[in-house]
Ligand binder design. Structure first.
Ligand code: ADP
Ligand code: ASP
Ligand code: MG
Length: 421
């Protein structure tokens, strides 16, 4: 008999019928002899709807209250799921993140888990009840306020609980059959990957593959927790995320390219006509650092007549305040114009074996050129090439690169549910 933590995403519990379907799956796991702890996300697009509600009430809601509001979404799903399980004749008890012992930092909207004390969860299991935990939330050690872990954070709740409970594995149930070589929602020819490493999945998640929350993968790697991504709508085995050593030992085929990702969550800022003198770029980036704005890609153009342009990308969520802050300092930074652009996409090709395969850049740029897609920015690392394109070209860019590297599957990938929000 083992212990498994199962996490069900929003699309898996979108309505009453889905909640009953998921309850059946959970009960089957228990009937087969395993102990099961469940983590659940808010139903369907509830979190987005709550955000829209907050926006209608106030353009800048206090972060504490926004977290209180958003955590209500997971409270609804945990309670109804516990009811559906009870209806099948099994005992279930729902717990908020705080009750389940998820202790976090005080940073609202982006809290980090610093400790997990799942006493009540272990107690429920020992009494023969199935614990259902609200994902994406915790309680701050310092302020005692309710916090959230950032969008998609229920995955991280699941892995953190699995690690604290020393579970045998953590299963993330979603609306596709596992991890694919690209988002099947925009690349129908995407190929399901049976097994991958924590490192490769980290790079995919960091570059926009939202199938797993980035911090969930970091957490799983640190605790060496076997992580399965599966569909709650099928019986397909899904994708195992594990160590490189395990994969070598299992002697399974491991792809050179892990995948092609797209990220629509960044904005591009160009500071045009800034003096090409030592210290100017430093002044710009020091200003951003002081406001905790994270930069992603950066390019500086060749200088003309003693002036240059600096272009960089940041999270769109930081866009407005960054724009205002830079314009407030326009005189002292000494630039002519600020161009703010949200209509961009970052497309990345990720693969650990890229470093030893020449011609990867050439193939990527040829594929984009043949598709008539203009590249606005480029950045590379040993295991990744990223380009910025117009947002409306994102799907075509992903498909072109996917095809060029021979990743296309024979059939079409299945997307069972969800709206892709
Ligand atoms: P959930 O509600 O279960 O948390 P998410 O929407 O957060 O679901 O994550 C699942 C979605 O991630 C899929 O529907 C798919 O559109 C998207 N996705 C993006 N990149 C990938 C990828 N490489 N493999 C699989 N799914 C991906
Ligand atoms: N409900 C939250 C969100 O939509 C957390 C999650 O689904 O993981 O971001
Ligand atoms: Mg998710």
């Amino acid at each position: 008999m083992g212990l498994v933590v199962q996490k069900y995403g929003g699309s898996s519990v979108a309505d009453a019928a889905s909640v009953r379907r998921v309850a059946k799956r959970i009960v089957e796991t228990v009937a087969n002899g395993d102990d099961c702890v469940v983590v659940v996300s808010a139903m369907g697009d509830t979190t987005d709807e709550l955000l829209e509600l907050a926006e209608q009430v106030s353009p800048a809601p206090p972060a504490r209250e926004l977290d209180m509001l958003l955590t209500a979404g997971e409270r609804i799903s945990m309670a109804v799921l516990a009811m559906a399980i009870a209806d099948l004749g099994y005992q279930a008890r729902s717990y908020t993140g705080s009750q389940a012992g998820l202790i976090t930092t005080a940073s609202h909207g982006a809290a980090k888990i610093i400790d997990v004390t799942p006493g009540r969860i272990s107690e429920a299991i020992s009494k023969g009840a199935i614990p259902i935990v609200a994902g994406f939330q915790g309680v701050s050690q310092d302020t005692k306020d309710i916090t959230t872990l950032g969008r998609g954070g229920s995955d991280t709740t699941a892995v953190a609980l699995a690690a604290a409970l020393k579970a045998d594995k953590c299963e993330i149930y979603t609306d596709v059959d596992g991890i694919f070589s690209a988002d099947p929602r925009i690349a129908p020819k995407a190929r399901q990957v049976p097994i991958t490493t924590y490192e490769e999945m980290l790079e995919l998640a960091a570059n926009g593959a939202k199938v797993l929350h980035l911090r969930c993968v970091e957490y799983a790697r640190r605790s060496q927790m076997p992580l399965w991504v599966r569909s709650s709508f099928s019986d397909a085995p899904g994708t195992l995320v594990t160590t490189a050593e395990f994969i070598e030992g299992a002697n399974v085929e491991h792809a050179i390219i892990s995948g092609v990702t797209h990220d629509l969550s960044e904005a591009k800022i160009t500071i045009a006509g800034i003096a090409d003198k030592p210290g100017r770029a430093a002044a710009v980036f020091e200003l951003l650092a002081a406001s905790e704005v994270n930069l992603d890609m950066i390019v500086q153009n060749v200088s003309a007549a003693g002036h240059t342009d600096i272009t960089f990308t940041i999270a769109m969520a930081d866009g407005e305040r960054t724009k205002v802050m830079l314009l407030e300092h326009q005189e002292e930074l000494g630039f002519e114009e600020l161009i703010y652009d949200e209509k961009v996409a970052k497309i990345s090709l990720v693969g650990a074996a890229m470093r030893s395969h020449p011609g990867v850049s050439a193939t990527t740029f040829r594929a984009l050129a043949d598709a008539g897609i203009n590249v606005e920015m480029i950045s590379t690392s040993e295991i990744r090439i990223s380009v910025v394109t117009r947002v409306e070209e994102a799907a075509r860019a992903v498909q072109a690169i996917h095809t060029a590297f021979g990743l296309d599957a024979d059939g079409e990938a299945v997307v069972y549910a969800g709206t892709g929000r």
